[in-house]
Design a protein around this ligand. Structure first.
Ligand code: ADP
Ligand code: MG
Length: 141
């Protein structure tokens, strides 16, 4: 517990549908603060590197191609128990299994096009934040 930082990504299905603000409202309403944020286009190489842990999974190539199919918004979220809190508000990977009120339940199109990424541990959060952000791009209140 305690104040943590975590990495969030608003994925291409959501940027394409112009719902980044709706997703940010969900994040902020849950108490998380967006202390770093930028809209970027991932290259194939960067997307492959980011999802390297999934390289043996059958959906890896499709996932990489989806993640480079449009802009993404990468974010640093901060708050009490931020890693778990963000996973809660995101909802289950498969929107069919996501709880009512979660981002994925409301906005995700499918198990792949599921609108958001969130770090799954504090250790991975640190690595993923460093993957996208310099210290100067993260401004705490
Ligand atoms: P999460 O994003 O909930 O942590 P994973 O780390 O297991 O889920 O998977 C990473 C991403 O890969 C998911 O968010 C989703 O975009 C995609 N994905 C996961 N499982 C599948 C699947 N069975 N078919 C297609 N894409 C998938
Ligand atoms: Mg994951």
């Amino acid at each position: 517990m305690g104040i943590e930082k975590t990495l969030s990504i608003i994925k291409p299905d959501a940027t394409k549908r112009n719902i980044t603000g709706k997703i940010n409202s969900k994040l902020e309403d849950s108490g998380l603060e967006i202390i770093g944020q930028k809209r970027i286009l991932l290259t194939k190489q960067r997307a492959e590197e980011f999802y390297f842990v999934h390289r043996e999974r059958p959906f890896y190539n499709s996932l990489v191609n989806y993640m480079i199919s449009g802009p993404v918004v990468v974010q640093v979220l901060m708050g009490e128990n931020a890693v778990t809190q963000n996973r809660e508000i995101m909802g289950a990977t498969d929107p069919k299994e996501a709880k009512v009120g979660t981002i994925r339940k409301e906005f995700a199109k499918s198990i792949e096009e599921n609108s958001v990424h969130g770090s799954d541990s504090l250790e991975n959060a640190k690595k993923e934040i460093e993957f996208f952000f310099t210290n100067e791009e993260i401004i705490e209140n």
